[in-house]
Ligand binder design. Structure first.
Ligand SMILES: [Zn+2]
Ligand SMILES: [Zn+2]
Length: 131
């Protein structure tokens, strides 16, 4: 496969799929596992995402390498955002806004899907109250 295929898959299609899955799990009924992650944010004790490990392995076994890489990229970025918030300040802010307002900012490893689907907020709920 060409480099362009992987670049497009990881940095364009991947974040859009990530947005879609995250958006879908916020539709009712709420996914308990994800709800727990949202609640853990307030305890400053985010949960390591281990559910993706069998998913990545399964995709790898199926030969869907680009999807396996996409899931791995999402997981690494998501965990880095929570454990090392200074590493990607723009993505950290984008995702922390989502934790405080689950109706916006569904993309995690990029911000453009939220801009594209008009679900982006650049402000925390507390900042919006001051405007
Ligand atoms: Zn999170
Ligand atoms: Zn969420």
């Amino acid at each position: 496969m060409s480099l362009l295929y992987y670049v497009f898959g990881l940095f364009v299609a991947g974040p859009v799929i990530e947005w879609g899955i995250h958006y879908a799990i916020h539709r009712p009924p709420p996914l308990v596992y994800h709800k727990n992650h949202h609640l853990a944010y307030y305890k400053k004790d985010p949960i390591y995402e281990i559910w993706v490990i069998p998913v990545i392995y399964f995709l790898y076994l199926l030969g869907c390498y680009i999807a396996a890489l996409g899931f791995a990229k999402y997981t690494v970025v998501h965990n880095l955002i929570h454990y090392f918030p200074g590493l990607f300040p723009k993505l950290t802010r984008h995702h922390e806004i989502h934790h405080e307002n689950p109706k916006v900012n569904f993309a995690v490893s990029a911000t453009f899907p939220d801009t594209f689907f008009n679900t982006r907020s650049k402000y925390f709920p507390s900042e919006l109250k001051k405007i």
